[in-house]
Design a protein around this ligand. Structure first.
Ligand SMILES: [Ca+2]
Length: 345
C-alpha cells in the first residue's frame, strides 16, 4: 500500500513514538531471509488466550515471488494440527494472491483473493494485516479494512500450544518462512473493533493498552534482543543470544508507519498545516472559512485546540506538546480532514 520516499524514511528514522515518549529506533527493523530466519519470543500471550477471543496484527513488506509455499508471520506450532499460525497462504482455490490466513488447531481460514480487498499484500510495499476472533467468527483485515469473515469449524479450538516459544517469520513444523520485513507485531486478548484496528495501525500504541498481551515493535535496531513493549517479555534473534545463521538482518529500510500520512514537508497542503514534522510552531494557511484544529495524542485525548477564522495565515504553538505523533483534525462547516503530525524535538 505504501512505499516510502527516501526523504521521509530518513526523517523518521530517529523517532518511533509511544504515547508522549520518544525512543530511539536504533538502526531499524529485522529483514527475514525467507530461508530460515526467525525471531523467537514467548508464547505466553497465545497460551493465555487459549480458546478465547483475540486479535493479531503486524506490518509486513515482501514480494509474492520471493515467498515459499506459505509465508509465516507467527507460529507456535510444535506438531501439525495443533496451535496457531498467522500467515500468508499460498495460491489456492483460484486465488491470484497469497492470502491473509490463520490456522487454528490444524484448520486454515482465509478468503480467496483476500476477499473484498482483492489485491496483493505482498507487492513490495508495506501493508498492515490483522485477524480477530470474536466467539466463532474470524475477521480478516488488510490495511485496516475488513476483507471478510469466516466461521470457525471445529469445537472449542485453541490457539495455545505446548511450545514455550512463538516464532516470528517462521514455522517449525513445515519449515515455511517469510521473506521480507515484519514489524509491529501485536497480540490482544480480545477482538478489536474495525475502528480500533484502523485507528491504531499507523501508530504506536502504549504497551500498557488494555488487553495488549504482547507487542514486539521490532524497531530495536541491532543486537540479539527484541523488546516486548507489553508485559510478555523480550525475544531473541534466531534461536539464542548467539550470532546464528537464523538471525534476521537489521535493516534501515523499514515500514516505519510514523512516515505515513505526513503531508507536505516543506510547504502547506490544502487545507492543512505546515511544517510537518514540526519543532513546535505550525502555520495554518488561510482557507477562507472558519476552521477548528484539534490535536489529539496517541490515546485519543485532545491535547490542544485552536480556532482560526480562515482569513489570514494562523499560527499554532505546539511547544507544550511532548515529541511524538499526533492526529490533527481540521474541521470547517463543510469538511473534516485528519492528518498525522510529527512533533519533533
Ligand atoms: Ca541469535
Amino acid at each position: 500500500m505504501r512505499s516510502f520516499p527516501p526523504l521521509l524514511s530518513f526523517l523518521c528514522v530517529p523517532f518511533i513514538l509511544s504515547g508522549t515518549q520518544v525512543i530511539a529506533q536504533g538502526q531499524g527493523c529485522p529483514r527475514f531471509d525467507g530461508v530460515d530466519d526467525r525471531i523467537t519470543v514467548s508464547n505466553t500471550a497465545l497460551n493465555t488466550i487459549g480458546a478465547g477471543d483475540f486479535t493479531v496484527e503486524a506490518w509486513i513488506r515482501g514480494l509474492e515471488a520471493d515467498q515459499g509455499q506459505h509465508a509465516r508471520i507467527l507460529s507456535n506450532r510444535v506438531v501439525a494440527g495443533q496451535g496457531f499460525i498467522f500467515f500468508l497462504h499460498g495460491y489456492w482455490g483460484g486465488s491470484q494472491y497469497m492470502m491473509v490466513s490463520v490456522q487454528i488447531d490444524g484448520f486454515n481460514y482465509l478468503h480467496v483473493n483476500n476477499g473484498t480487498y482483492a489485491a496483493s499484500v505482498l507487492d513490495g510495499n508495506c501493508h498492515h494485516i490483522a485477524c480477530s476472533r470474536s466467539g466463532n467468527t474470524l475477521t480478516f483485515y488488510a490495511d485496516g479494512m475488513p476483507l471478510g469473515t469466516r466461521l470457525i469449524q471445529t469445537s472449542n479450538p485453541t490457539v495455545a500450544s505446548t511450545s514455550a516459544s512463538l516464532t516470528i517469520g517462521r514455522d517449525v513444523v513445515d519449515a515455511y518462512s517469510f521473506d521480507g520485513n515484519i514489524t509491529e507485531v501485536r497480540i490482544w486478548d480480545h477482538a478489536r473493533s474495525d475502528a480500533d484496528i484502523l485507528q491504531d495501525m499507523n501508530q504506536n500504541v502504549p504497551g500498557s493498552s488494555p488487553g495488549l498481551l504482547s507487542y514486539w515493535r521490532l524497531d530495536d535496531g541491532g543486537g540479539q534482543s527484541v523488546a516486548d513493549a507489553a508485559a510478555g517479555g523480550a525475544g531473541t534473534m534466531g534461536h539464542t543470544m548467539a550470532i546464528e545463521p537464523q538471525d534476521p538482518t537489521w535493516t534501515t529500510d523499514c515500514c516505519s508507519f510514523t512516515t505515513v500520512g505526513l503531508p507536505d514537508v516543506n510547504g502547506p497542503s490544502e487545507p492543512g498545516l505546515y511544517p510537518n514534522p514540526t519543532e513546535g510552531i505550525v502555520f495554518i494557511p488561510p482557507t477562507g472559512v472558519a476552521t477548528r484544529v484539534q490535536v489529539m495524542d496517541a490515546s485519543g485525548r485532545i491535547a490542544l485546540e485552536h480556532h482560526t477564522n480562515g482569513s489570514v495565515q494562523s499560527e499554532m504553538n505546539l511547544t507544550s506538546l511532548a515529541p511524538g505523533a499526533y492526529l490533527v483534525v481540521l474541521s470547517t462547516e463543510h469538511m473534516t480532514r485528519s492528518l498525522r503530525m510529527l512533533r519533533s524535538r
